[in-house]
Design a protein around this ligand. Structure first.
Ligand code: AMP
Ligand code: GLY
Length: 426
């Protein structure tokens, strides 16, 4: 295969990790990131393009002879970036890794995902779906459930659209807030009410060309801001891979009851799908259940999954694009990868930007993946809530974490915070 010019769409830690892995690939020619961050700037040409500005993207793809586009976040997929390429005479032969709008609905609509799982007998929580027109049925549905009550805005709500409530009256009030008062805007004009599942969560990542697929190593992320999994939800404060409790038997159950029926379900439903499927799982007793689908890689899970994959990523993406993923054999590093995310003070609520990041080493055994960072007048400044993630590989989780923490203790910016207990429950 010829060496590829690859454009990575997005600007987070996930996208820096993609660029880092692509930079090690013998099949990569040039890497571009749109818009990228201070980390991707070292490995790629950052292009000043918003992730949903498809016309600007088209111009850049043509100007820079891009051969393949790898989409990081869900928003452009749900907004139809892949469809935009297919509909354009100049772009239609440039492969996009990431599903078309139809497939992206697995993440863009909770109801669509639940109906998909139900059609294909994929284990998930019992549910009902409600609109302002049948809110009375929603109240009745809540009446016959037991606490806690799980209410989900149907559409994308920036990770905030799920409420877990112990009190029945409050649950009814929130249902009304979501449906009638648009608590999450248009996203909550439909609400899915679910049975509460109790167990430990993990993330499973599958890359598919629509027919063939590869399941990546499992990972677990830590979503809450506070230690011991307390406080507000965030994009993710750390991650580990592999996941000790996901033993061979459990992983086999994931394959048989979830991954296979998901890929086959896409085919049966004639949903074209080229890209990553991120399956959010929960272990209830010995059985895996699906909490949600995402149509992209996880962040910060990518920061621990990709460092464990020994394959050439550009080649893997190319085989995905041409429908020959069956020719790729996944090679996994047995080591444990951990990542710890440093965030701006105040995150996930209001926080300040443009703090100077000091103590970034010029060389290290670990990897520093940038998220909310920017270069201004030669200095690296904070530019977001999640600022960077430090990934380390070692023979076990403890050793890997020690390396990440040692490095994080040398880095600082005003207000910097990170959780000191990543992996605490494993
Ligand atoms: P989601 O956006 O669907 O991933 O939900 C966000 C978080 O809410 C998940 O990561 C879980 O921790 C929790 N959650 C969602 N659905 C359920 C459920 N049915 N039972 C228990 N917890 C849930
Ligand atoms: N870490 C969870 C996510 O990427 O949605």
């Amino acid at each position: 295969m010829k060496k590829l010019n690859i454009l990575v769409l997005g600007s987070g830690g996930r996208e820096h990790t993609f660029c880092w892995k692509l930079a090690q690939s013998k099949s990569t020619n040039q890497i571009f990131a749109a818009p990228g961050n201070a980390g991707t700037a070292r490995l790629a040409n950052n292009l000043d393009i918003g992730i949903n500005d498809f016309d600007a993207l088209k111009k850049a793809v043509i100007e820079n002879n891009i051969d393949l586009v790898l989409v990081g976040p869900e928003a452009p997929l749900v907004n139809g970036v892949h469809d935009y390429f297919l509909a354009d005479i100049q772009l239609k032969n440039i492969p996009v890794i990431g599903p078309q709008k139809f497939g992206a609905t697995l993440e863009g609509s909770k109801e669509f995902a639940k109906a998909f799982m139900s059609r294909h007998n994929i284990p998930t929580a019992q549910y009902g779906s409600f609109t302002p027109g049948n809110i009375e049925e929603g109240y009745a549905f809540l009446d016959q459930m037991t606490a806690p009550y799980v209410l989900k805005a149907d559409g994308l709500a920036g990770g905030k659209g799920v409420l877990i409530i112990n009190d029945l009256d409050i649950a009814k009030k929130e249902l009304s807030n979501m449906l009638l008062d648009q608590k999450f805007g248009k996203a909550s004009s439909k609400v899915v009410i679910e049975e509460f599942l109790s167990g430990i969560e993990l993330s499973c990542f599958v890359l598919t060309d629509g027919t063939n697929y590869i399941t990546f190593p499992m990972a677990k992320d830590y979503k809450r801001i506070g230690e011991g999994d307390t406080g507000l939800n965030t994009g993710g404060m750390g991650a580990v891979s592999p996941v000790p409790f996901a033993d061979e038997k459990f992983c086999k159950a994931i394959q048989e009851t979830i991954v296979k029926p998901t890929i086959n379900g896409l085919k049966k439903d004639k949903i074209p799908y080229v890209g990553f499927v991120f399956i959010g799982l929960i272990r209830v007793g010995d059985a895996p259940y699906v909490i949600e689908y995402n149509v992209r890689m996880g962040d910060p899970e990518t920061q621990v999954v990709l460092p464990r994959i020994k394959n050439d990523l550009a080649e893997m993406l190319y085989y995905t694009a041409i429908g020959k993923l069956d020719q790729v054999e996944l090679i996994i590093d047995d080591k444990t990868a951990t990542t710890v995310v440093a965030v701006s003070g105040g995150y996930p609520e209001a926080y300040e930007k443009e703090k100077i990041i000091k103590g970034l080493p010029s060389s290290t055994d670990s990897s520093i993946f940038h998220a909310g960072t920017i270069i201004k007048q030669g200095e690296i400044l904070t530019n977001g809530g999640r600022v960077l993630a430090v990934t380390s590989l070692a023979d076990d989780c403890k050793k890997a974490l020690l390396k990440s923490y040692e490095l994080l203790n040398k880095i600082n910016f005003e207000g910097m915070y990170f959780r000191k207990d990543i992996g605490f429950d494993l």
